[in-house]
Design a protein around this ligand. Structure first.
Ligand code: ADP
Length: 498
């Protein structure tokens, strides 16, 4: 069965095709440059170099005096492989003053004619350096591939008033054969390089695209909710980094997915328990005469309250962890905030015999969000009351030292095993099979406490000794007492009570 083509397949060419196109383009560009310089420009460049040599030779002879003229002619002729003749022009006559003949096929020595001399003389009068190309007619008629001669003529006026005509003859080798050879070589090189480009494109694209193809296959599985995937990096750093990032994302997604499932399971379990109680008691009260008692009503009210707390906790936590929660901080009396928290437990103290004490050295102020700090204190004191020992005592202490205000909430309960201490701050974590007393809780309280304290930049922690109790604490920087605007306590509470 043929797999359906994807949008990417339809829209973009394969990596191998793209690589081959780029490599081929690069190779063709390089070869075009080579072609241009080696073939199209070879002849003109060669001739230009020869012309430059002729001009240099003529200038040297023009500078030489009559005694050293022959010597200079010989020296330069040997050096540049150029023949020369220097004439002195006097009226209609031209007398040879120097000559160097080193090329066998030299035109100026072999076939020099009066008409040619006249032409050169006329040319030299018109141009600073007159040049023309000449071929030995005798050799040409023999049908051979003969070297051409580049002849130059220059007129020079000497200091003593004489006129010299310098005639030079440089041989120009035929470059046609060289160019044909180069053309064949370049054609072969082009073919070989294009084959190499195809092979290179195939190898490179395989190296790059294989891990990418594997990754996109795994990513598709991931998108369908299969978290058990592994991305292979290949031998390329960027792709290896991409695969690491994707592996990390897969692990995170998997953790998030199981957390979500666990969360839903926990929430539905916690919601179901009070709902079952409420519906059960309501049915009993409706169907059985005499069951409409205040006690049964109280159970329904308590369970409704529990549901309410649970829903509020979930909402609080989702706001705190979702980053939607902002603090509205002000300077508050921490001492007073603790006192108002403990006021809520007045009934517990009088009716249930709980001993809740608050020790504080003095009125301390912090810069914080009052409602959130109340929530922290409420959760910590609530836990201490729930988990404290048979003596039903809970001690709250405020310690102010070195500009830091610390609150400690201590109970006398069973404590928490050391290995579980770091975990109790996690959402929905509850120490398993440890508490004798069945304590109803959502497992969200400490997670809310942690998030609020983190938002405040507070220090916090817990110390616990199994069998002897736990102390939960947090500390915030102390700030000076403000002039106005803070709810003050009575200020007469030192130790024992609040
Ligand atoms: P819960 O609603 O279950 O109390 P928390 O997040 O407040 O949820 O606490 C998480 C777990 O930490 C509790 O289930 C309990 O096992 C443990 N814990 C919290 N406070 C105390 C304490 N003062 N003493 C012993 N264990 C505690």
């Amino acid at each position: 069965m043929k797999a359906a083509t994807t949008t990417a397949e339809r829209r973009y060419p394969a990596l191998r095709q793209q690589l081959f196109a780029l490599l081929a383009l690069f190779i063709l560009l390089m070869l075009a440059l080579l072609w241009f310089f080696q073939i199209a420009l070879l002849k003109p460049m060669y001739e230009s170099i020869r012309r430059h040599e002729l001009s240099y030779f003529a200038a040297a002879l023009a500078r030489a005096d009559s005694d050293s003229l022959q010597e200079e002619a010989d020296r330069f002729a040997r050096r540049t492989n150029i023949c020369c003749t220097v004439y002195e022009i006097s009226g209609q006559y031209a007398m040879q003053r120097a000559s160097a003949h080193i090329l066998s096929g030299c035109v100026i020595h072999n076939v020099s004619s009066e008409s040619m001399m006249n032409r050169l003389y006329a040319g030299a009068r018109e141009n600073a350096l007159y040049t023309e190309r000449v071929t030995d007619p005798a050799l040409e008629s023999a049908g051979e591939s003969v070297p051409e001669s580049l002849i130059a003529a220059r007129l020079v006026e000497t200091d003593d008033g004489r006129t010299l005509l310098i005639v030079l003859d440089a041989e120009i080798e035929p470059v046609g054969t060289t160019i044909s050879t180069l053309k064949i070589q370049l054609a072969v090189i082009t073919a070989l390089l294009l084959i190499a480009a195809a092979v290179l494109a195939a190898v490179l694209s395989a190296r790059i695209s294989r891990p990418i193809t594997q990754m996109s296959r795994e990513a598709k599985k991931l998108a369908l909710g299969t978290y058990d995937v592994h991305f292979e990096g290949g031998q390329n750093r960027e792709i290896a980094e991409l695969s690491e990032a994707l592996n990390h994302a897969a692990t995170e997604l998997s953790a998030l997915d199981s957390m979500q499932k666990e969360l839903i399971a926990n929430i539905s379990h916690d919601l179901r328990t009070p709902l079952t109680m409420i519906s059960g008691y309501s049915e009993v009260m409706r169907d059985i005469p005499g069951e409409m008692t205040p006690e049964n009503m109280q159970i329904i009210i308590d369970e409704t309250q529990r549901l309410n707390t649970l829903v509020n906790d979930i909402l609080d936590l989702s706001r705190l962890t979702g980053g939607a929660q902002t603090l509205s901080c002000e300077t508050i009396s921490l001492t007073e905030t603790v006192r108002s928290t403990l006021d809520r437990y007045a009934k517990l103290r009088t009716h249930d015999g709980y001993k809740i004490t608050f020790e504080n050295d003095r009125e301390a102020y912090i810069y914080a969000d009052k409602s959130k700090i109340l929530q922290v204190l409420y959760n910590l004191v609530n836990n201490a009351i729930n988990y404290t020992g048979e003596d039903k005592s809970v001690a709250i202490r405020q310690i102010t030292k070195d500009g830091v205000c610390r609150i400690e909430v201590t109970d006398t309960g069973e404590g928490i095993p050391a290995d579980q201490l770091p975990l109790i701050w996690d959402r929905y974590y509850r120490v398993k099979n440890y508490h004798k007393r069945g304590v109803a809780g959502s497992g969200l309280g400490l997670s809310i406490v942690k998030n609020i304290l983190l938002l405040h930049g507070a220090q916090f922690g817990v110390t616990s000794e199994p069998g002897r109790g736990s102390t939960f604490w947090f500390s915030l920087p102390e700030v000076p007492k403000p002039e106005t605007g803070v709810t003050e306590g009575t200020g007469d509470t030192t130790g024992g009570s609040f």
